[in-house]
Write a protein that binds this ligand. Structure first.
Ligand code: MF3
Ligand code: CO
Ligand code: CO
Length: 378
């Protein structure tokens, strides 16, 4: 018990007896809880209400920041709803498929004026990308484009490594987003996801049963979680896109196997990439390895062409018997990013319009690289 009030005109009444109170519960102050209901007239009143009052602290710790009091709501912590819909202080109603639920998200991060931005940075709408002929024809990059892609992809790798270094139990996915945002800007880049079709954050963080496009929020990572961090950087007019799934503390055996298998799926897919191979072959290789290990392959989200556009042709499914068109040529750049599920392949979408989760609530893992295949000339 501490904190004698120095503003007698602001008198609160004792939560125990109703008399004027000028003592504040120190725990409530630490948790930034409202002063009403946390004020007492004397040590005696504080002590006699302790057994009932202390439950306030427990409740505050269980509910995520942003739902505790109006102060933190003013700081912009709100639940995300579909594009165009206002954010909300209340958890939306949904038939959650697994243990994970959304937490409030922080307000928008700022990108300095000097940084060169893609055309969606201002108003959330990509203008060049959807109308480009590169949605249908696969571009062969020029040596200059290739050089810029290398620089951008190197930055993206370093940004992802910076994010990976802070991952541990107790860290929120919003804190991961802050590291990604700041490291990207420090390198002179723009975090491509920020405001892409109104995506509210600078990277995607996908925990446990989240397949992809998880929005960084106030949830603290827990021992035993798996978390994918997906980073895309825009620098010198081109995008570089990669992601990895990390272990938080000690994870169970099935999660270990799932993440290992997903990593191997990407490695095996990369190993067949060379001019003359059909893009549809990638899905055969991935599906074979995943199903051999008793896991399933997500069908709703695919790899993609990348360069001056974030997403363009070719479309690269990760599952077998897909109908992807095209044959690989030297100088093309595209991603491979298999999402592998411990249970069923089917996905569902959260009310935020972004977060893809497994239909059965079991875990999902993903790894992604941006690829360039060049033929060595002798
Ligand atoms: N990085 C993701 C990909 O691999 C795309 C994220 S778009 C976002 O294609 F808007 F969700 F961030
Ligand atoms: Co991608
Ligand atoms: Co990505």
């Amino acid at each position: 018990m501490a904190g004698e009030s120095d503003k007698p005109e602001n008198t609160l009444s004792c939560a125990n007896c109703g008399k004027p109170a000028n003592l504040q519960c120190p725990k409530c102050m630490e948790l930034k809880l409202p002063r009403e209901g946390a004020a007492f007239c004397s040590q005696d009143c504080f002590k006699s209400s302790w057994s009932s009052h202390k439950s306030v602290h427990l409740k505050a710790k269980l509910s995520p920041p942003g739902t505790q009091n109006s102060d933190s709501l003013d700081e912009g912590w709100l639940y995300c709803l579909k594009r165009g819909q206002a954010r909300t202080p209340k958890l939306p109603h949904f038939d959650w498929t697994g243990p994970l639920q959304p937490y409030p998200i922080s307000s928008k991060r700022i990108v300095p004026d000097q940084i060169d931005k893609p055309d969606w940075a201002g108003d959330g709408t990509p203008k060049i990308e959807p109308n480009s002929s590169l949605q249908h024809t696969i571009e062969v990059k020029t040596p200059d484009q290739i050089e810029r892609m290398r620089e951008t992809c190197r930055i993206a790798r370093e940004v992802l490594d910076a994010a990976a270094r802070i991952i541990q139990p107790g860290v929120t996915t919003d804190e991961i987003d802050r590291v990604v945002h700041e490291a990207t800007i420090a390198a002179g880049g723009y975090p491509s996801p920020l405001n892409y079709h109104f995506f509210p954050k600078s990277c995607c963080t996908s925990v446990n049963e989240v397949i992809c496009h998880g929005i960084p929020d106030a949830r603290k990572l827990e021992d035993g979680d798996i978390v994918n961090v997906d980073v895309t950087v825009y620098y010198k007019g081109v995008h570089g896109d990669l992601n990895e799934t990390y272990f938080v503390g000690n994870v169970d055996e099935e999660s270990l196997q799932l993440v290992k298998c997903t990593y191997e799926c990407l490695e095996k897919a990369i190993s067949i990439v060379k001019p003359g191979i059909r893009f549809r072959e990638i899905g055969e290789v991935i599906n074979r390895h995943a199903s051999m290990s008793g896991f399933s392959v997500v069908k709703s989200y695919c790899g993609h062409g990348i360069g001056e556009l974030f997403h363009c042709a070719p479309n690269i499914p990760h599952y077998s018997r897909n109908k992807a068109v095209g044959v690989m040529k030297a100088g093309q750049t595209f991603t491979i990013e298999p999402m592998i599920n411990a249970g069923v392949w089917r996905d569902r979408m959260w009310p935020d319009g972004w977060t893809a989760v497994t239909a059965d609530g079991k875990r999902s893992a993903q790894f992604e690289h941006t690829l360039l295949r060049l033929v060595l000339k002798f």
